[in-house]
Design a protein around this ligand. Structure first.
Ligand code: SF4
Ligand code: MG
Length: 323
């Protein structure tokens, strides 16, 4: 079908223990009720300030973290219902590329061993087959096949991220969660890595969830973009619709911070006051009300529903039609 992944009421609350008995006294509402779909072959950008729950969401989608509540339906099956063995088999289809190409590669393993490891874990091929596949993958990500014998420390950040991409591709996944894959890299190599990822997506028919902390990074690569604030999604739309016609005040504020390439156009300026509140006791009602220049009394008590306002354009704001 058109939908590869469906997320329903997904939550992750981390308990906080306190007192001499170590009882659970509160919780960090890292992810607090997400509902969205991912279409086959698309790139869904997932954007928000640090602490908004975007990395936690990425991990929940692959079940690298256990959800507190909700469903993650991959190709019609709720993966949160699977047992360990079933989940291990399924993980072939769902891979992750991590933010830090320095920390995510084992320094004691050769690049060839690193890329072959997921195949070994899943029992794919003979050692000879895997050696051949490693060389193919290195070539695919723009590295020389003889790099397989070298160690991660011999490479630059951009090259290491290419190794991370090759490792994710080794088991022929359908969907890859990319957690800020270029934010640790020099600006000069960011575009190269993003372009490589786009080429691979086209060649291999991959679906990406691309996590980033600002809207400028995901603009180029995304088909649709979702904006998160304090564990919830506040807006989701086709890329151009979101950038040209944002409906949520938070999205408008994030866009205000990005320069507009076309000098003919102007954009409403919304400057955010204050910091993101703590996800331990997030503000009541609309959790953005403490920073929103349009907040009214109702916003303090009533949680706005995440609703489709026009075709494919979802937002969670009581007043998005008037603002
Ligand atoms: Fe602002 Fe109210 Fe809309 Fe929340 S619901 S974004 S506080 S206007
Ligand atoms: Mg993060």
């Amino acid at each position: 079908s058109d939908t590869i992944l469906e997320v329903k009421n997904l939550k992750k609350h981390f308990p906080i223990k306190g007192g001499i008995f170590g009882k659970v006294v509160n919780s960090v509402k890292a992810v607090d009720g997400l509902n969205f779909e991912v279409k086959r072959g698309e790139t869904l950008g997932l954007v928000g300030e640090s602490g908004c729950g975007k990395s936690t969401t990425g991990r929940l989608l692959l079940r690298l973290l256990e959800a507190t509540e909700g469903e993650v339906i991959f190709e019609g099956q709720n993966i949160l219902d699977l047992d360990k063995k079933e989940m291990r088999d399924l993980r072939r289809e769902m891979q992750m590329i991590f933010q830090d190409p320095y920390a995510s590669l084992n320094p004691r393993m050769t690049v060839g061993e690193i890329i072959a490891e997921p195949m070994k874990i899943h029992g794919i091929g003979t050692p000879k087959d895997r050696e051949k596949k490693v060389k193919d993958l290195l070539d695919r990500v723009g590295l020389q096949p003889n790099y397989a014998k070298r160690y991660p420390h011999e490479f630059s950040g951009g090259q290491r991220q290419r190794v991370g991409i090759a490792r994710a591709l080794a088991v022929d996944p359908k969907i890859i969660v990319c957690d800020e894959p270029v934010s640790a890299l020099d600006v000069s190599v960011q575009a190269q890595v993003v372009n490589l990822m786009q080429d691979l997506q086209e060649e291999l028919g991959l679906t990406y969830i691309f996590i980033a902390h600002d809207l400028s990074v995901v603009r180029h690569i995304s088909d649709r973009v979702a904006v998160m604030y304090l564990g919830r999604m506040v807006e989701l739309a086709d890329k151009d619709e979101l950038y040209n016609n944002p409906k949520h005040p938070y999205t408008k504020a994030l866009l205000s911070a990005i320069p507009i390439p076309d000098p003919e156009k102007t954009r409403e300026k919304i400057i955010l006051e204050g910091d993101v509140p703590s996800p331990i006791n997030p503000p009541s009602g609309c959790s953005f009300h403490t920073r929103c220049p349009f907040a009214k009394d109702r916003c303090k008590t009533e949680v706005p529903k995440f609703e489709e306002k026009v075709d494919g354009h979802f937002t969670a704001c009581h007043y998005s039609d008037e603002i």
